[in-house]
Write a protein that binds this ligand. Structure first.
Ligand SMILES: [Zn+2]
Length: 208
């Protein structure tokens, strides 16, 4: 059962909240889930199901050309990689694509990059003629990607930042004078990596 995501306003972490998605029309309001990284109360996304339905509607719409859908996904990719500013990218496309993109970026750059992954998959799936309901595929894919995606670093990325976040950038450990790099200086992303591996393992153990 997919979980509704929460975004921590303190450290920027996105994670599956304790709340399971119960079906279309489910309304979440003013609910919080404890952030596994910094222990703050993180708001559970209230418009999540609407957001997913909006995405699915956009992808399957007959009135929107394939090229337009692809253009929106490309623009979202450029935003999440930090190549362009959200406002510029939104201005470069029009119609429903711009509306969708505006919704995504209002939730933060990292969140937008997560949706890009989901949108690309949905577009490929719908063109290939698959007949599973896209809503449930979107939820599952979102859930899956959330567990593996590069998360903003609590020390550099404030929540809801519109500033491009360098994905996958490696921060060098800061060493004091005379300190050998091999002693206590652990790479800062080691914990994150370990956590990701663990979550992946847990997911597999749950049994598919
Ligand atoms: Zn946090």
């Amino acid at each position: 059962m997919p979980k509704i995501p929460a975004i921590c306003r303190t450290c920027g972490l996105m994670f599956p909240s304790g709340l399971a998605y119960m079906g279309p029309g489910m309304i979440v309001s003013r609910s919080f889930s404890g952030c596994p990284r910094c222990r703050s109360d993180a708001p559970i996304l209230s418009g999540y199901t609407t957001l997913i339905s909006g995405l699915v509607a956009f992808i399957i719409s007959d009135e929107i050309e394939f090229s337009e859908k692809q253009r929106m996904i490309d623009a979202a990719t450029s935003i999440s990689s930090g190549k362009v500013r959200p406002a510029e990218a939104i201005a470069s496309i029009d119609g429903d694509g711009a509306k969708v993109l505006r919704e995504w970026t209002s939730l933060g750059i990292s969140f937008a990059s997560l949706l890009v992954a989901v949108a690309s998959l949905l577009l490929a799936y719908s063109t290939s003629g698959g007949n599973q309901p896209l809503d449930s595929i979107a939820m599952e894919k979102f859930d899956e990607t959330l567990a593996t995606i590069q998360q903003p670093d609590s020390r550099i990325a404030p929540a809801y930042s519109q500033r491009p976040v360098a994905m996958g950038s490696k921060v060098k450990p800061q060493l004091k004078q005379g300190q050998a790099p091999t002693t206590s200086a652990k790479p800062p992303n080691e914990n994150r990596k370990a956590r990701r591996a663990r979550m992946k393992k847990e997911r597999t153990n749950k049994g598919k």
